[in-house]
Design a binder for this molecule. Structure first.
Ligand code: MOS
Length: 691
């Protein structure tokens, strides 16, 4: 046993308990579960961005030996619920975006399925389409959902200001790019549906697919012990899962396998909307903010509304007497947008934190000092006290470590051969989400270990390890005495870990279950003793504003001849409550920062407006930051004890690493070059054009 395993479980620096399984290939991902005699599914996709299928002729495909079934809209596979436009596939001849599922082949092998697909004749009647987001789009509308997105009035505050900033920033259509593609293996037998799924939530899939196919929850079993990344794209169900279930129903008793190709993931696996964001700041002579406005334009599918509340963080980040935000959506003929790592805060804080930097330059106040002057004592949005807010500590401690004091504030003041060198800072924040209602079962076994069962997920973040640590701490035993079971609907109900809420929600659940176990069975239980319980609602949830905070520091080098940007150093200092496992936490934080580097410099889904098609639908055209892009990167955190958030004192770390990271890099690029690029990604052409 290592020292860490012998010590207190919460906070122990232990390697992934599932590491050996992954290394020897014994960790089964969705496609890999051993099943007898599987069939294979290959989707047929629309080649127009709008219109309808006029004719679909699958006679030849059906006649091909080895083809088991061909699915099209005629006849439409039956669904019990067709409210969700994304999931109601094959219900009509209508085409809503290019790459939409318009049929599928089920065959003995994937090769036969692909061949058969080439034999299907599809005639489409194209109609006009529009895939371009504009702030003056004629069909812009105010989102109709339950979000209160238009708030405040800050015009008077802006008029009274000594200094104002009025800048518009744009971020592109982005893609989550999880390494494991969206994958479903489905088996329909005796009226039940078994799914092996690449998902962030087994119980979420059970509910959505059950409702869609008219099955009771216990008729849908979902298994997902290992998932190769999701970043939000697997937090909700997408069309691939529906198609696999339809295919399985067409060949009852046989498992069918569907793994989207990389190209298909780009259209069917969801994406982050592009944004246009206008930020206006007004400050007095001392740099104190009088007014903030943040107006956001984003796109949504014409047939299904989806909105990220991108300006939400702007309402709580800095103290100002007047803060106003608006959101408008343009309905377009694009694939369905959805969650992507820090869905609202990543684009929103990019714009706000660049604008704050512009204000620092305009007022000649150091950007760290400017943020400290505007740090609000309570939440400006709700008026509630902070459960804890340690942004200032992150800024100060990060500045010390990064060497901020030596910085010459003048832009374009450092040069090293062909490289212009600059540094930048930006703040980060992310809400503490806690979804009550999960349950866990704890049972004491013959061998002296505690079996802990909860329908939680490990999407690659390290839950197998960190949740075992929380359980061990709650039970007052070492980690080696916990046998954790997660990733299956056979386990007690658990919520989707959206919004970095996994450890918070499941951990609180385990603490509640451990307490119930001890209350019932004491410290010396007998084999077979068990309880199933959840956590009580946290009364502090309503009383406090709960957010994690952080500060990013970046050093960039910009080639004066080519405009190439290299990020030579990145440091993130975070205040994220108690850290359950420093090793997996650091990995989450630098992973998020690396995502932010990609957002700053590389990532952009390009759509051809004429074809309505994604032209960067692979990992060559859509470059995700890789080893060669990342040089010196470090993440650390300040000690933060927050007794309000939950029994562990954790705040969630999956997303905050990306928030603000792109702004720190953009601000460093300005410091290096005196060029303000307000349009991500900051590719060389934009720097050369401006320089
Ligand atoms: Mo996430 S983007 O909280 O699934």
């Amino acid at each position: 046993m290592s020292d860490a395993l012998a010590g207190r479980p919460l906070g122990a620096d232990i390697g992934r308990l599932d590491g050996p399984q992954k290394v020897i290939g014994a960790a089964t991902y969705a496609y890999e579960h051993p099943l007898t005699d599987p069939a294979y599914v290959h989707p047929l996709l629309s080649t127009v961005a709008g219109g309808r299928i006029a004719r679909i002729d699958a006679v030849q495909a059906r006649a091909l030996p080895g083809v088991l079934a061909v699915l099209t809209h005629d006849p439409a596979p039956e669904l019990a619920d067709t409210d969700d436009a994304e999931l109601s596939i094959l219900q009509s001849p209508d085409v809503r975006f290019r790459g939409q599922i318009v049929g599928a082949i089920v065959a003995e092998s994937i090769e036969i399925a692909v061949h058969a697909a080439s034999l299907v004749e599809i005639e489409a009647q194209a109609s006009e389409h529009d895939v371009v987001l504009r702030a003056d789009h004629p069909q812009l509308y105010e989102p109709s959902g339950d979000m209160d997105t238009d708030r405040g009035d800050a015009e008077a505050g802006l008029r009274a200001a000594a200094t104002t900033i009025d800048a518009t920033y744009t971020t592109p259509h982005q893609h989550q790019g999880a390494m494991e593609p969206h994958t479903t293996v489905a088996l329909w037998s005796d009226g039940t549906l078994r799914l092996y799924e690449s998902t962030q939530s087994v119980h979420g899939v059970r509910k959505t697919i059950g409702d869609l196919f008219g099955l009771r929850p216990e008729q849908v079993d979902v298994t997902a012990p290992y998932v190769g990344g999701g970043f939000g794209s697997k937090g909700t169900v997408h069309a691939n899962t529906v198609l696999a279930a339809m295919a399985a129903r067409a060949v009852p008793g046989r498992p069918v396998k569907l793994a989207l190709t990389r190209r298909q993931v780009f259209t069917l696996g969801s994406h982050r909307t592009p944004t246009i964001q206008r930020v206006r700041l007004g400050a007095d002579a001392g740099g104190r903010l009088l007014a903030i406005t943040h107006d956001v334009w984003a796109h949504t599918s014409r047939t299904e509304e989806y909105i990220d509340e991108i300006a939400a963080a702007t309402r709580m980040m800095y103290g100002a007497p007047s803060i106003a935000t608006t959101h408008r959506l343009a309905p377009l003929d694009v694939p369905f947008p959805s969650w992507m790592r820090a869905p609202s805060e990543a684009p929103g804080m990019y714009a706000l934190e660049c604008a704050i930097d512009e204000l620092a330059v305009a007022t000649r106040i150091d950007p760290i000092e400017l943020r400290i002057r505007n740090d609000p004592p309570s939440d400006p949005d709700t008026g509630k006290p902070w459960s804890s807010r340690n942004l200032v500590r992150c800024l100060r401690e990060g500045a010390d470590r990064f060497g901020w004091a030596d910085r010459d504030p003048a832009p374009r003041s450092r040069r090293d051969g062909p490289w212009l060198v600059g540094t930048g800072v930006a703040a980060a924040t992310y809400p503490v989400f806690d979804t009550p209602g999960s349950e866990a079962r704890i049972a004491f076994r013959e061998d002296g270990r505690y079996e802990v069962r909860i329908g939680a997920m490990d999407v690659g973040t390290g839950t197998w390890t960190s949740l075992a640590q929380v359980a061990a701490e709650a039970l007052g035993v070492g980690v080696e005495r916990v046998a954790l079971h997660i990733g299956d609907t056979a386990l007690p109900y658990s919520h989707v870990p959206g919004g970095s809420s996994g450890i918070t929600s499941w951990g609180a659940t385990l603490c509640g279950a451990a307490r119930a176990f001890r209350d019932e069975h004491g410290e010396s239980p007998s084999p077979g003793d068990a309880v199933t319980a959840g956590a009580p609602e946290n009364p502090a949830d309503d009383a406090y504003a709960m957010h994690a905070f952080g500060a990013h520091f970046a050093e960039v080098r910009v080639d004066v001849h080519t405009g190439e940007v290299r990020v030579s150093r990145m440091l993130g200092m975070f205040a994220v409550g108690r850290v359950v496992n420093p090793r997996t936490a650091r990995s989450q934080l630098i992973g998020g920062m690396t995502f932010g580097l990609g957002m700053a410099l590389h990532e952009e889904v390009v759509m051809d407006p004429a074809l309505g098609a994604i032209v960067t639908a692979d990992l060559a055209g859509y470059h995700v930051a890789a080893n060669a892009d990342v040089q010196d990167i470090e993440a650390d955190w300040v000690d933060e004890l927050d007794s309000h958030v939950n029994p562990m004192g954790t705040k969630g770390i999956g997303e905050i690493g990306i928030v603000g990271a792109a702004a720190a890099i953009a601000n460093a690029v300005f410091h290096a070059t005196a060029i303000r690029v307000r349009d991500l990604p900051m590719t060389p052409d934009k720097l050369l054009a401006a320089g």
